[in-house]
Ligand binder design. Structure first.
Ligand code: PLP
Length: 396
């Protein structure tokens, strides 16, 4: 018999994955081109060609015993130094290899970070709406998620609410900018207030409250905006990064954690992350993909393709009467449901539109539209969105 904890998780399932499966089922009935699956954040822009070239050249040139062997749990020294140099150049930081732990994507990194810092019963504060998997990651380490209610329409973190939520058991706060699911990008003022508050609260507590900055969308940003480097605003930040979105490599499972020497207990924290990587069963991040990162560190995804999708979808949906804030980053549009969320999602499905409910992100009354899809699909889906608007907006 499986554990009660897992039984609960399996039963509640993932609405995102369920919708993705539903999309495949509907495609068999109506044909792939007539089903509009906006459920999954799977990048639609291919990885830069240099990635494949690097893979071939690594396989051909790197000694097999090195390429396929075990290594330090935190990853290849040279790869970590390359990541450190890249961050230093771009964000004026002073990392070196020892500050970087290569991880199995952002998901692996978050699990490692939480394993390193959470004792059972410790509280981790999250701002709704948030990536629903955080709940599972926090429960994996017997932590307790404390959820700050959504702050529409800007969806910036509500610092006053955070002030009230921080307690003696608060171990960390998780932020995610650019945000999944809202596309909000946290501004300098917000991050400054956040840093000031956490410094004050850490002082009161007598130990650091860590800020975990989940940054898989850091490079996916629009309108010439700048994505602030969160760690600039607070020394006790654990940066979690992933190449899943920025290099379109979600299946390859590669990312890193960056922890500055300025963070409290940084040496122990880095050692704990190193060991957590091993004992969580990752052992180390994939060897080949680490070497790909080393060779492709300056490669970029074609954000203009996502931007084109964003513009089309945002202008069409708002024209049809839907309410949503124009996303500034990531590749999601968070739309207010004109009617009850589950009824709206079911109605959308009648038009073969697959959307994920805000409930999956602790923010009921919204849907998330992942627009990391082909532009053509959005064009084909617009008549369905128009019908959905006509069927629901009049019925508020
Ligand atoms: N964090 C956020 C906010 C995400 O949206 C995702 C994936 O969609 C992840 C973490 C996990 O990313 P990865 O594939 O790098 O594990």
């Amino acid at each position: 018999m499986i554990s009660r904890k897992m039984d609960g998780i399996v039963r509640s399932g993932s609405a995102i994955r369920a919708m993705f499966e539903e999309g495949k089922r509907l495609a068999q009935i109506y044909g792939k081109e007539n089903v509009f699956d906006f459920s999954l954040g799977n990048p639609s822009v291919p990885a830069p060609s240099k990635v494949n070239e690097a893979i071939k050249s690594i396989v051909d040139s790197v000694d097999a015993m090195t390429l396929h062997g075990y290594m330090t749990n935190s990853g290849y020294e040279s790869v970590r130094q390359t990541v450190a140099n890249n961050l230093n150049r771009r964000f004026n930081t002073d990392y070196s290899a020892r500050n970087i732990v290569m991880t199995v994507g952002a998901a692996g990194g978050l699990n490692v970070a939480l394993k390193a810092i959470v004792d059972p019963g410790d509280e981790i504060i999250v701002f709704a709406p948030y990536f629903g998997e955080y709940d599972n990651y926090i429960s994996n380490v017997d932590g307790k998620a404390v959820v700050i209610p959504p702050n529409p329409p800007s969806f910036q973190p509500n610092i006053d609410a955070l002030e009230k939520a921080v307690g003696v058991r608060t171990k960390a706060v998780i932020v995610n900018s650019p945000n999944n699911p809202t596309g909000a990008v946290y501004g300098a003022e917000t991050l400054k207030s956040l840093g000031d508050l956490l410094r004050r609260k850490s002082k009161e507590k007598g130990e650091a409250i860590y800020l975990i900055s989940d940054e898989p969308y850091r490079e996916i940003i629009y309108d010439g905006n700048k994505c602030e480097y969160v760690a600039d605003y607070y020394d006790d930040t654990i940066v979690g990064y992933s190449y899943s979105k920025s290099l379109s490599l979600p299946g390859e499972r590669i990312g890193y954690l960056a922890i500055s020497d300025k963070a409290e207990d940084s040496e122990n924290l880095l050692s704990a992350c190193n060991v957590a990587t091993r004992i969580l069963g990752f052992v180390n991040a994939p060897s080949l993909q680490q070497l790909v990162v080393e060779r492709c560190i300056d490669e970029k995804t074609d954000v203009s393709a996502y931007d084109k999708n964003r513009r089309l979808l945002y202008s069409a949906l708002t024209q049809y009467g839907f309410e949503c804030v124009k996303p500034q980053g990531a590749f999601y549009l968070f739309v207010k449901c004109p009617i009850e969320e589950s009824v709206f999602i079911a109605k959308a499905k009648e038009y073969n539109l697959l959307l994920v409910g805000g409930k999956s992100f602790a923010c009921e009354g919204y849907v998330r539209i992942a627009y990391c899809v082909d532009y053509d699909m959005i064009e084909r889906a617009l008549p369905a969105f128009k019908k959905l608007a006509e069927a629901t907006i009049g019925n508020r």
